[in-house]
Design a protein around this ligand. Sequence first.
Ligand SMILES: CC(C)(COP(=O)(O)OP(=O)(O)OC[C@H]1O[C@@H](n2cnc3c(N)ncnc32)[C@H](O)[C@@H]1OP(=O)(O)O)[C@@H](O)C(=O)NCCC(=O)NCCS
Length: 172
Amino acid sequence: MEKTQIKTEKLTPKNLQKFFPVFEEVLKTGFPEYPKKLIDFFVFQDFSKKIFLEKIRKEDWLGLLAVIDEEIVGFLVTDKLYGGVSYCFWLGVKKEFQGQGIGSLLLKEWEEEVKKQGGHKLMLVTQHKENEKFYLKNGFKNEGFEEKSWFGLDCWKFGKVIGKPQPEVFLK
Ligand SMILES: CC(C)(COP(=O)(O)OP(=O)(O)OC[C@H]1O[C@@H](n2cnc3c(N)ncnc32)[C@H](O)[C@@H]1OP(=O)(O)O)[C@@H](O)C(=O)NCCC(=O)NCCS
């Protein structure tokens, strides 16, 4: 049997319609640390379809999608590179596709993209301790712990240095 092909593509205003229901589903099923009302707040306010459209159009955010047979199965969303550092605020894989290397692939693609832009570091946080193993496996270091952080939840910081800081990108 032919091996399943996983492709990656960037989030654009064009594929946003297809992406958004996946984003909503993964937030609702994959983040048990956040109460339902908070998930609704993310999906309908801070990370609504409208906000995504604005941010993607202005290139304030970068979105990477994992796609199998035209189906979006995972995503990674980051802020614009700042001071050579890229900060990821959402990473998710649809439940039935987890544990197949898709999350790791998205982290790798992110790293490649940031290297292309001249960035030297990847950063993210998790409020779900169980995710630590996944980030350590992917070469991230645990860079700290914040007690009762956003939304009153504990928070673990992870970082990965991917190159030498390049001062010329700091002022862009
Ligand atoms: C965490 C997540 C992005 C990992 O993506 P993935 O495609 O499942 O992971 P990969 O297949 O690349 O890597 C496998 C490793 O991830 C971890 N992993 C796999 N499924 C997982 C799950 N459901 N929850 C937590 N970790 C998981 C394991 O450590 C696994 O290693 P192992 O096979 O040696 O046990 C994905 O499980 C997910 O979307 N979870 C829900 C949302 C979430 O927690 N996002 C991250 C927020 S910081």
